[in-house]
Ligand binder design. Structure first.
Ligand SMILES: CC(C)(COP(=O)(O)OP(=O)(O)OC[C@H]1O[C@@H](n2cnc3c(N)ncnc32)[C@H](O)[C@@H]1OP(=O)(O)O)[C@@H](O)C(=O)NCCC(=O)NCCS
Length: 267
């Protein structure tokens, strides 16, 4: 398995870091495909919430690609998920080839995010953390924000492609992962385990309040020793101009992020 992942994304695949945890996780289903006793592909199913399961870690060994192995794995994964009683399977990928595979297997696209980057800056005003008590008000405001529609009501986080509902925001608030502007009029959701940059999976709001929040995230990145901020936002995010105004730029050549879902009752 290490051999398979060593050549994925020029050796930067995250799977070697999580393999041991994955294999030891009794709540998930990890499966491999073998040819003549050698592992040539694998994937995993991880329950996300009642009825919804995440499909992740699909990898096919380079010399076995373009022979239908991934499609066979995916179809098996769909059947396995349906047989375990899940009603929907979700997946996030940054690979256009994988997008073609998922679209050809009847997946609908939930959200597509591009990557914006900004460097760290030393500064005094760190953004405020939202408390769990604020969640109902924040959710009501978010539902009316133009960002709601472009994110499709979904948090585009690799770990947890979840609906933006009270349960999710409550959990994120309890984990200290919601940053807000004054009166909750701008909002950013943080990713749990970022690598080198503070990572934001959703941003809402506009104008000066959003700009202050985005600047605050750059200060926070600095204070926590990150290189800067990585922001995932749909290319047609209504506040793109605000991002640019405070030093964020669209990253070229960076992996884009596509989230898909597939209903399982038809299987
Ligand atoms: C993406 C990946 C899983 C595909 O595996 P595979 O076994 O070669 O895929 P298949 O032969 O089953 O092809 C299924 C479909 O995927 C698409 N596809 C696969 N490789 C492709 C490529 N290089 N270019 C364009 N489309 C491609 C095609 O639509 C293909 O259908 P077709 O053969 O009818 O045209 C494999 O390339 C891989 O492991 N990549 C690195 C890891 C990764 O990106 N995983 C996906 C993350 S969820």
């Amino acid at each position: 398995m290490m051999e398979i992942t060593a050549r994925v994304w020029e050796g930067t695949d995250y799977l070697p870091r999580v393999f041991d945890r994955w294999l030891a996780d009794p709540g998930s289903t990890f499966e491999v495909a073998e040819e003549q006793g050698t592992v040539v592909a694998f994937h995993r199913l991880r329950p996300l919430s009642a009825g919804v399961v995440l499909y992740e870690g699909l990898r096919v060994a380079e010399e076995h690609r373009r022979r239908g192995v991934a499609r066979a794995m995916l179809r098996h994964g769909l059947e396995e998920a349906a047989s375990q009683g899940f009603r929907e399977l979700r997946v996030i990928t940054g690979n256009p080839a994988a997008c073609q595979l998922f679209e050809s297997e009847g997946f609908r696209r939930l959200v597509h995010c591009a990557v914006w980057l900004a460097g760290r800056v030393e500064g005094p005003d760190l953004p405020r953390l939202a408390s769990p008590e604020e969640v109902p008000g924040l959710l009501a405001r978010l539902r009316e924000d133009p960002a709601w529609e472009v994110y499709g009501g979904v948090n585009a986080d690799w770990e947890q492609v979840a609906e933006l509902d009270e349960q999710l925001l409550g959990q994120l608030a309890a984990e200290g992962r919601i940053r807000v502007g004054p009166g909750g009029r701008a909002l950013a959701l943080l990713v749990a385990n970022p690598h080198n940059r503070l990572a934001v999976s959703l941003v809402a709001g506009s104008g000066a309040i959003l700009q202050d929040l985005l600047m605050g995230l750059r200060f926070e990145a600095d204070s926590q020793g990150y290189e800067g901020v990585r922001l995932f936002a749909p290319p047609r995010h209504p506040s793109g101009d605000d991002f640019a105004e405070v030093g964020y730029h669209l990253a070229h050549g960076q992996v884009q992020r596509y989230a898909y879902a597939r209903e399982l009752d038809a299987l």
